[in-house]
Design a protein. Structure first.
Length: 320
């Protein structure tokens, strides 16, 4: 029986990876979102041509099911009050006869279209900006999603439709692409990736969740970007503030070279402070971009303001 190869430690894989720790001071909790200045907001506004608005959140409680990271459960909505409440004698009474409905959800904060906190993933005992990982115990006192929510994310967005670029309905399980592929995709679309762009990458992989049901999770390995030193340096040189994808984890789940899980979460988010946005619904936006050949737009998003949280649901907007 052959011995399985040893998977290296993340510290070893990212030994020479660049870092932005300290770039915006020792107390920073926003990372590369600092690149999105007022000038960047106005650069995004200049790409609004028709006033056409696309919402990018997937439906919570979709009758077809909600795709989530393995081990997480979809949100559960419970009806608490409805017209049947007033069938009983003990129903609440309001002057004038008002009736109302009320409900609640129980959900993972990262169980739908969502923003990661910069401190969400780490290795070697340190989260973004060098904060001690013990600051996550009982709640994220550093680099939580709250500073991102307080600030908001607004700038020029660019759709990179990798599925359409490769002539596929959906990308395949474990299919990889690099920053050079993103550049080629942009070129084929007749647009150029610019510094400080919010990168919005379409794979349509989650369509397979609706096609396959629970079989979708067998041998779970999403398509996406895969780690290389060159890719990380490109993200740093381009000063990318935010990576948005329509997959659950933004990158190939298991790196095909090293066998390490989610190295880009560590190289981009933990080290460079790039904010990650996952499980976006890009289908209507992609159809519009393919029709009018306008792949740039004003991107705007504000996750919920949840104190000390590791992430938060969001309904981003793409305005063309």
């Amino acid at each position: 029986m052959s011995t399985p190869p040893t998977v290296p430690a993340m510290t070893e894989v990212l030994a020479d990876a660049p870092t932005n720790w300290g770039k915006w001071g020792p107390d920073d909790e926003l990372g590369s979102l600092n690149y999105l200045t007022a000038e960047e907001v106005m650069r995004g506004v200049r790409h609004v041509k028709k006033g056409e608005v696309f919402t990018l959140q997937r439906l919570i409680g979709d009758p077809k099911g909600d795709p989530v990271w393995p081990g997480r459960a979809p949100a559960t909505r419970t009806m608490l009050l409805d017209e049947s409440t007033w069938d009983g004698a003990d129903a609440p009474q309001f002057p004038g006869g008002l009736h109302y409905a009320d409900d609640k959800i129980e959900a993972f904060l990262q169980g739908s279209t969502q923003y990661d906190a910069l401190g969400h993933v780490w290795y070697d005992g340190k989260i973004w900006n060098g904060y001690d990982a013990r600051t996550t115990v009982g709640g994220m006192t550093k680099a939580s999603v709250e500073p991102i929510a307080q600030r908001g994310v607004v700038g020029r967005g660019i759709l990179l439709d990798m599925a359409r670029f490769r002539g596929k309905r959906t990308l395949d399980k474990g299919e990889t692409f690099t920053h050079e592929d993103l550049l080629e995709c942009a070129k084929a679309q007749g647009v150029e990736i610019e510094k400080h762009d919010v990168l919005v990458v379409r794979t349509n992989f989650l369509q397979l969740f609706h096609d396959q049901g629970e079989a979708f999770y067998e041998g779970f390995n999403e398509p996406g970007l895969t780690y290389s030193p060159e890719l990380v340096r490109w993200f740093q040189d381009m000063e990318i503030p935010n990576l948005v994808t329509d997959t659950i984890a933004n990158e190939v789940t298991t790196d095909p070279q090293s066998g390490v899980s989610l190295p880009l979460h560590c190289a981009l988010m933990r080290n460079l402070g790039v904010t990650l946005t996952e499980i976006a619904d890009l289908e209507e936006l992609a159809a519009s971009c393919a029709e009018d050949r306008q792949y740039t737009f004003l991107y705007a998003a504000a996750p919920l303001k949840v104190h000390e949280a590791t992430g938060s649901p969001v309904n981003p907007l793409a305005i063309k």
